[in-house]
Design a binder for this molecule. Structure first.
Ligand code: SF4
Length: 244
């Protein structure tokens, strides 16, 4: 006879919630990085283009771009008007074109045309902050990082992993709770979950796989009321005799 399945472990502490989040989101979003790329340069370009737009739109834009521009030198030398036309669909194309051309120039001048594999090197590139650099390090170079953006900030707080909006503190505190091999994937999946389910204005808690242990779930008061209801109600009063 099969022994009954062990009951699920309670999820109470921030560390337990962080580890439960890692497991649950990995099932929902098996591919943490949804940006199509074949090498570190393509990932860098796609990540710069992904600001203020969807990964799907970037993936529709990059095949034509990547077939036209293949090296850092290509980006350094491209005509800005042509580049703007190539990336137009991703929005903010003036700024993004300026970043990509600057990126190509800095890569050629300081890094021999290669994408550097250090935080210090990556953050020297125009359009590349700590968040983008962490994505490149984790996905392209297998060097774990924990990019913190507005989604990661919001979800880390709602899930009760941290109580701060300081990206450096969030990075340090969450990284102390989960193994390094999970850092990049967790961050990228929190971003996907923040876009698709735990949206800023109206989180869709009823569709959220983290709901059972999320201290901010909008369903919690409802659940509490339901579980408290029988006790609060007490024994049913006997029906009163109707007044004649
Ligand atoms: S339960 Fe609601 S608030 Fe908590 S992570 Fe999910 S969507 Fe966000």
């Amino acid at each position: 006879m099969q022994s009954p399945a062990a009951p699920p472990k309670p999820v109470r502490s921030p560390r337990q919630r962080a580890l439960a989040t890692v497991a649950a989101l990995a099932e929902v979003y098996p591919a943490a990085c949804a940006l199509d790329h074949r090498n570190p340069l393509e990932l860098l370009v796609a990540t710069i283009l992904s600001a203020q737009t969807t990964d799907q739109r970037v993936n529709l834009t990059t095949p034509r771009l990547f077939s036209r521009l293949r090296s850092a030198a290509d980006y350094a030398a491209v005509d800005p008007a042509e580049l703007e036309e190539l990336i137009h669909a991703t929005g903010f194309f003036h700024n993004k074109a300026r970043s990509l051309i600057g990126m190509g120039r800095v890569l050629c001048e300081r890094f021999g045309g290669d994408v550097p594999d250090t935080m210090e090197g990556l953050t020297q590139l125009p359009g590349v902050g700590r968040k983008t650099a962490n994505v490149i390090l984790g996905v392209a170079f297998d060097k774990p990082g924990f990019p913190v953006d507005t989604h990661v900030t919001r979800l880390s707080n709602r899930l009760g992993l941290v109580t701060t909006s300081d990206p450096v503190k969030i990075e340090a505190q969450v990284c102390a709770m989960v193994p390094p091999r999970e850092w990049t994937g967790l961050s990228l999946r929190l971003i996907l979950h923040g876009r698709q389910v735990c949206q800023a204005r109206l989180p869709r808690c009823e569709a959220c796989v983290l709901e059972s242990f999320c201290p901010s779930s909008r369903l919690r008061p409802l659940r509490r009321r339901r579980s408290a209801a029988p006790a609060a109600r007490g024994p049913r009063p006997s029906p009163r005799a109707r007044p004649r």
